[in-house]
Design a protein around this ligand. Structure first.
Ligand SMILES: Nc1ncnc2c1ncn2[C@@H]1O[C@H](COP(=O)(O)OP(=O)(O)OP(=O)(O)O)[C@@H](O)[C@H]1O
Ligand SMILES: [Mg+2]
Length: 338
C-alpha cells in the first residue's frame, strides 16, 4: 500500500492537491512563466502569478487552462508534474491519484493529463467528474438515490449539475464565471471612468466590494489604474453599489442556466433538490449575497459549501473510499483507470 494517496483539482485558476494522510497539501495558481528565447520554465504557481502583467518581453506568464479547457498541453503537463513532485517529494511507494479536470475537456486532453500524472510517478490514476467530487467534498452521500444540485462557479466555467446515485443526471456548463466578472469589471472602469486597470486589480476589487444582494455603500475600496485621457496613474474610491449592476448582469446569466437545468430535471429529483437545497461551490460562490439572490430567483434554498474553493479537491481526496464502487461501474465512462 502507498503511504498516502492524493486527489487533484485541476482548475482554470487554481490547482489544489489533497493528501489522504494530511489534507490540503498544495494550493497554487494554475500558471507557468516561461522564456520565449529557449522555452525554459522560469516560474510555476504563485511566483508566476506575481509576474502577471509585469514580465519583460521575452518572458510569458501563461495559464495552461483557459475558459475551462486545456489551452496549452505542454505547459499543463509540466505544471502537473511540478506540483505532484512538490507534494509527494521522494516517495518509495507510488501514490494513487484521483484527478478532477474541467468538464468540457476532450478525451485527448484528459488522456494527456492522465499521462502527465503517470509520468510524475502515480501508480494509478482515476478521473472523476467535478460535480461528483464537489458533492463528496460537501459531505453528500453520493450513493443514495437522492437528488442534489451542485453549482460550481470557478474561474473559467460555471458547472451546474444534478446528481443522484453517484452519477450526473443532467448538467450544463457555461463559460460565465469568476474570470468573466473580472473582464466585465475591467470594461466597466474603461467605459465609466476612462480608467485602465489590470486583471489582478479587477479580481481584487471583486473580492473586496463585489455584492449582488442589497449592496452596502459604506463598504468601500480604492481602485488604482491609468487614466486613458491623461495617461497618468489615478486612484478612485468605489463601494458595493458601484459594481452592483455590472456583476449582477454576469450572475443573471448563471441563474438563467440554473433555471434551464431545473426545467430538465425529473420531477422526483426536483422534490429532493427542494428538500436538500442547492449547494454552491467554487471561488465564485464567495461573491457576497449570491446564495440569497439565486434562492430568491429559483425559490429553492441555496447554501454555500463549507470550504467552497477547496471542496472539489477535498472530494477528490475522499473519493478513494468509493474506488471499489467505481470499479463496479457506478460511475460513468468519465472515470479512467490505469
Ligand atoms: N472572496 C471571493 N469573492 C469573489 N470571488 C472570489 C473570491 N475568492 C475567489 N474568487 C473567484 O473564484 C474564481 C476561482 O474559483 P475556483 O478556485 O473555484 O476556480 P477553478 O477551480 O480554478 O476554475 P474552474 O473550476 O473554472 O476550472 C476566481 O475568479 C476568483 O476571483
Ligand atoms: Mg474548479
Amino acid at each position: 500500500m502507498a503511504a498516502f494517496d492524493i486527489g487533484i483539482d485541476l482548475g482554470t485558476t487554481k490547482i489544489i492537491i489533497y493528501r489522504s494522510d494530511s489534507g490540503i497539501a498544495l494550493n497554487e495558481p494554475s500558471i507557468v512563466a516561461y522564456s520565449t528565447k529557449d522555452n525554459s520554465v522560469v516560474a510555476v504557481g504563485k511566483e508566476a502569478y506575481a509576474m502577471l502583467g509585469k514580465t519583460p518581453r521575452h518572458i510569458v506568464a501563461e495559464r495552461p487552462l483557459k475558459d475551462g479547457v486545456i489551452s496549452n498541453h505542454k505547459l499543463c503537463e509540466l505544471m502537473i508534474k511540478e506540483y505532484i513532485k512538490r507534494v509527494c517529494g521522494n516517495f518509495f511507494i507510488k501514490p494513487r491519484i484521483v484527478l478532477c479536470i474541467p468538464s468540457v475537456t476532450t478525451d485527448v486532453e484528459r488522456r494527456a493529463v492522465v499521462e502527465a500524472a503517470l509520468a510524475a510517478g502515480a501508480r494509478k490514476v482515476y478521473m472523476i467528474e467535478e460535480p461528483i467530487a464537489a458533492a463528496i467534498g460537501a459531505g453528500v452521500d453520493i450513493l443514495k438515490p437522492q437528488g442534489h444540485m451542485i453549482v460550481d462557479i470557478g474561474g473559467g466555467t460555471t458547472d451546474i449539475a444534478v446528481i443522484s446515485l453517484s452519477s450526473v443526471v443532467c448538467s450544463r456548463s457555461i463559460k460565465v464565471a469568476g474570470n468573466t466578472i473580472d473582464e466585465e469589471i475591467i470594461k466597466f472602469f474603461m467605459n465609466q471612468y476612462q480608467l485602465s486597470i489590470g486583471q489582478r486589480m479587477a479580481e481584487n476589487i471583486k473580492k473586496q466590494v463585489g455584492c449582488v444582494f442589497h449592496p452596502d455603500a459604506s463598504h468601500v475600496t480604492s481602485v488604482k489604474g491609468r487614466n486613458l485621457l491623461t495617461g497618468y496613474p489615478q486612484q478612485i474610491e468605489i463601494n458595493e453599489e458601484t459594481l452592483y449592476e455590472c456583476i449582477l448582469s454576469c450572475v443573471e446569466r448563471i441563474i438563467d442556466s440554473i433555471k434551464l437545468v431545473l426545467e430538465e430535471t425529473p420531477p422526483e429529483l426536483i422534490g429532493d433538490i427542494y428538500d436538500n437545497g442547492i449547494i454552491l461551490t467554487g471561488g465564485g460562490a464567495l461573491i457576497k449575497g449570491l446564495a440569497q439572490l439565486i434562492s430568491e430567483h429559483v425559490k429553492i434554498p441555496v447554501s454555500v459549501a463549507e470550504n467552497p474553493i477547496e471542496v472539489v479537491s477535498i472530494g477528490t481526496g475522499k473519493a478513494f473510499r468509493y474506488i471499489e464502487t467505481f470499479h463496479e461501474g457506478f460511475i460513468n465512462a468519465d472515470t479512467y483507470r490505469h
